[in-house]
Ligand binder design. Structure first.
Ligand code: DGL
Length: 295
């Protein structure tokens, strides 16, 4: 991992940030959709959770995280955190394009729904009502009628950070949090926190297979691809690396072998659960480095 300020703009990495491991679910989708691009991920684990904090604090932390990634040298920023996205809605940070998770999630949910959408998120996201606003505005522009129901599930974040995936205790908690939404007969459920896809199997079981689960990663990757096309931001020479002195990884056979792209991961807290979740979600071979930083 190095400061990338001297690289040509197209060859800079895409900066992705979340409060912890949740954004790695978005990074995984982005890395699959953009196989030639470098990624620099920042998990602000030292200050996790964001979702229980005030709007002002979340905004301040988000700007610090975005500023840190911008200083490292990135060509685009992805706020892979719904709580942070709910407080930072601008399309740019210091002239760098910013992609959030709310808008793509709303677009995908509206495409999938027959009219009854559930939103599951942190307290901060649910209280901000960003999804309701985005969905209702979008529905109006398409002349559609939708009903939206939201519930906060604050215990999901520590369960996901702890890696208690599909655990009996997790299943019980998931079932309890989802009851109010199930009672509203939702047909579509937005996973409005990037930690929640980690618990996807439990959540799907609780709501039943007839309910579509919306994870904004896919739609977000599509948006980013379009943005790159318009602004000629795609990496120009995938065979060229960033000129770093660190040892290169062995290429992932599932990815373009010519690509030689890097995935570097930063965390604000020394944490073995963060590192093992990163390896579990992305696969050992895809990660070039995991380091601790101070914002
Ligand atoms: N993963 C984040 C989100 O999407 C935040 C979880 C938290 O820190 O509370 O909201």
């Amino acid at each position: 991992m190095q400061n990338n300020q001297n690289s040509s703009p197209q060859n800079l990495p895409i900066g992705v940030f979340d409060s912890g491991v949740g954004g790695l679910t978005v990074l995984k989708v982005l890395a699959n959709h953009l196989p030639d691009e470098h990624f620099l991920y920042l998990g602000d684990s030292a200050r996790l959770p964001y979702g229980t904090k005030s709007p002002q604090t979340i905004r301040k932390y988000s700007e610090q995280a975005l500023g840190f990634l911008a200083d490292m040298g990135v060509k685009a920023l992805v706020i892979a955190c719904n709580s942070a996205s709910s407080q930072f809605r601008e399309s740019h940070f210091r002239d760098i394009p910013v992609e959030n998770v709310i808008d793509p999630g709303a677009v995908t949910a509206l495409r999938a729904t027959q009219g009854r959408i559930g939103i599951l998120g942190t307290r901060a996201t649910v209280t901000s009502k960003v999804y309701e606003s985005a969905l209702l505005e979008l529905a109006q522009s398409k002349n559609r009628k939708v009903e939206v129901f939201a519930a906060a599930a604050p215990l999901f974040v520590p369960l996901a950070e702890e890696g208690w995936i599909d655990d009996p205790i997790t299943n019980l908690i998931v079932f309890r949090y989802l009851q109010p939404l199930i009672q509203q007969n939702i047909d579509t459920l937005i996973l409005g926190c990037t930690h929640y896809p980690i618990l996807r199997a439990s959540i799907q079981r609780a709501v039943g297979n007839s309910v579509s689960l919306i994870d904004s990663g896919e739609a977000l990757a599509e948006n980013l691809r379009k943005k790159f096309d318009n602004q000629v931001l795609f990496r120009r020479n995938p065979a060229e690396d960033l000129g770093g002195s660190e040892q290169s990884k062995s290429p992932d056979p599932n990815l373009n072998p010519q690509s030689n792209r890097r995935i570097d991961i930063l965390s604000t807290e020394e944490s073995s659960t963060f590192s093992s979740m990163a390896r579990r979600l992305l696969g050992e071979k895809r990660i070039d480095s995991i380091k601790v930083v101070n914002l």
